[in-house]
Write a protein that binds this ligand. Structure first.
Ligand code: GTP
Ligand code: SPV
Ligand code: MN
Length: 590
């Protein structure tokens, strides 16, 4: 390549990691096919008879999700990254990791992946290189990002790039047989970020956000730091376009924590008559103020890395149709006729599968056939309702922000913020229950803006950034809402049917934006009256609705000490405006 910085860096990494071979990726179909064929030969990938060009992988049982306790951000001072991130002093982390990287690619091929987050060459996009010793990562990156092509031209013309280095951390001695999913033990795993120099060092894991470095590491943790500095936003948000029967288009960006419904909402099939939805993105949004003074969002990714269990024609038909071909499945079960299966798929359970650990499984088995965080990697372009505008370089104008989480109690189905500041408060105090997307998640936690694990700098400053954006946007700021699709009854049943029916809450939001729908003012926000929601054709017990839209002051008062504890960890750095919102909530609750 004609890029000195790149060549020097590749030379440096080669000297350190000592791979057997170096391979420069071009992003072509041929390259993908070649790597997959190789992995099939080695027994790492299982071709699926039922889905053309699709493959199943089984990870090591210890390497199945992001590990937050092994995720680090290295800066000069701990103050920069605040109380919600794991901090290590830059030199110390580099020293430790350099030790681990020494010779770590012995016996393996080192792949150099040139990629772009966002359409290559768009003013909102970022060029990057991932160096990895995992061909599985290369194939996933082919789907999740734009690899090669124009990116190579831009780099050859001296384009700058973000450096991301990945190794599974399992060198091979001469003659040593490889395992099908190499990785390192937990205490050697490091998912590290150096925001001051815009680089990522990942070691020891081959799974998801730990290894596909364009995703959480670059597009959220590093990008959030850049965004703060440059006055834009990098958010853990899906983007969708809703069109009313009259043809008015609304663009919605929604932040829910991992495994809390982004992919599903991104591909929602509205049940409210006449409303249509298009998908723009399902996990990450980069959002900037356009010359028109409004926020415009792009999806920096080009694929979906989605949760498999629970995905069915019943719950998410558009995802199912996206998964017909050209898909990588990880930790799903394998059926006897050569297809994948997971809990929650349509139809009867198969009478026999091979489970995600490679063992025989029958419906009477104690463990699930697919891992709870089993995933599919599929091209966004294959989604039947992908918007024709999903790759517009200038992005799409956002009308509505939604925050939320998974809470079986407390939070109502839907509410609207009183103001931008109140909306920021709702985002900042979003709470959620544990899911399988994170290996080491314990109990309910505050997950502000669904960014707790992804904000690359001090969360208190991130809150301030949201206030600052509001000040710049003024009357052009999107309206802010909060949702919870996950309320449960005392006997543990869903109170709300969810999925396509969530469109009823979306319609109410659009009508609020247009000043057409009513609401009642409560102590926690504007809630719809039952009559304000379009419930035509929905069969839901009256008592469920009442519960979903009820505000119990006592229950909310019980939240106050927890909120206080959460907010106080930011000390003096917590924006006064957030404190004010908290005080106002307390006084409204009485
Ligand atoms: P990440 O990819 O980890 O960021 O997750 P996500 O936020 O995209 O979550 P996803 O849409 O994959 O949903 C996670 C789980 O929640 C799946 O098992 C879904 O079936 C389930 N789910 C999604 N939406 C709803 C809903 O409206 N109601 C209910 N009850 N479950 C839902
Ligand atoms: C998440 O955990 O929010 C994901 C999956 O989207 S991962 O790519 O592993 O981060
Ligand atoms: Mn996610």
């Amino acid at each position: 390549m004609k890029n000195e910085k790149l060549n020097n860096w590749v030379r440096e990494v080669t000297n350190l990691c000592q791979p057997d071979k170096i391979y420069w990726c071009d992003g072509s179909k041929k390259e993908y096919g070649h790597l997959m064929a190789q992995m099939v030969l080695e027994g790492r990938a299982i071709p699926l008879k039922k889905r053309p060009n699709s493959f199943l992988f089984r990870s090591d049982p210890s390497d199945v999700a992001r590990v937050e306790a092994r995720t680090f951000i290295a800066t000069k001072t701990k103050e920069q990254i605040g109380p919600t991130n794991n901090w290590v002093y830059i030199d110390e982390l580099k020293q430790t990791m350099t030790g681990l990287y020494k010779g770590c690619m012995k016996g393996r091929t080192m792949y150099v992946i040139p990629f772009s987050m966002g359409p290559a060459g768009s003013p909102m996009s970022k060029l990057a290189i991932e160096i990895t010793d995992s061909p599985y990562v290369v194939c996933n990156m082919h789907i999740m990002t734009r690899v090669g092509g124009k990116v190579i031209d831009l780099l050859n013309n001296g384009g700058d790039f973000i450096q991301s280095l990945h190794s599974v951390g399992a060198p091979l001695e001469k003659g040593q047989k490889d395992v099908s999913w190499p990785c390192a033990p937990m205490e050697k795993k490091y998912i590290s970020h150096f925001p001051d120099e815009n680089s990522i060092w990942s070691f020891g894991s081959g799974y998801g956000g730990n290894a596909l470095l364009g995703k959480k590491c670059l597009a959220l943790r590093l990008a959030s730091v850049i965004a703060k500095r440059e006055g834009w936003m990098a958010e853990h948000m899906l983007i969708l376009r809703l069109t009313s029967p009259e043809g008015r288009k609304y663009h919605i960006a929604a932040a829910f924590p991992s495994a809390c419904g982004k992919t599903n909402l991104a591909m929602v099939q509205p049940t409210v008559p006449g409303w249509k939805s298009e998908c723009i993105g399902d996990d990450i949004a980069w959002i900037k103020i356009s010359p028109d003074g409004r926020l415009h969002a792009i999806n920096p990714e080009s694929g979906f890395f989605g949760v498999a269990p629970g995905t069915s024609y019943q719950s998410n038909p558009m995802a199912m149709d996206t998964l017909r071909e050209n898909v990588i499945f990880t930790n799903c079960a394998l059926t006897d006729d050569g297809d994948v299966w997971w809990e929650g798929m349509d139809g009867d359970k198969p009478s026999h599968t091979i489970d995600w650990k490679g063992r025989d499984w029958t419906p009477s088995s104690k463990e699930t056939a697919a891992h709870a965080n089993a995933r599919f990697t599929a091209p966004a372009s294959q989604c039947p309702i992908i918007s024709p505008d999903w790759e517009k370089p200038e992005g799409l104008p956002i009308d509505i922000f939604i925050f939320g989480g998974r809470r079986s109690a407390v939070a109502p189905l839907v509410m609207e913020a009183f103001s931008w500041d109140h909306g920021v408060f709702l985002g900042a105090t979003a709470a959620s229950e544990p899911t399988a997307a994170i290996l080491d998640n314990v109990g309910i936690r505050y997950d502000p803006f669904a960014m707790f694990p992804f904000c690359g700098y001090n969360m208190a400053d991130y809150f301030q950034h949201w206030f600052d954006m509001g000040d710049k946007l003024k009357s052009k700021a999107p309206r802010i809402f909060y949702v919870n699709w996950f309320r449960k009854s005392h006997d543990g049943k869903w109170l709300w049917p969810g999925f396509g029916e969530n469109s009823r809450a979306l319609k109410w939001m659009c009508e609020r934006v247009d000043g057409k729908a009513g609401a009642k003012k409560t102590s926690i926000g504007y809630l719809p009256n039952e009559s304000d929601l379009d419930l035509r054709g929905l069969n839901i017990p009256q008592k469920n609705l009442r519960e979903l839209l009820r505000v119990d002051a006592e229950v909310w008062k019980a939240e106050i000490p927890k909120m206080e504890e959460f907010l106080s960890q930011f000390g003096e750095r917590l924006p006064k405006r957030l404190r004010n919102q908290f005080d106002e909530l307390k006084s409204r609750l009485g």
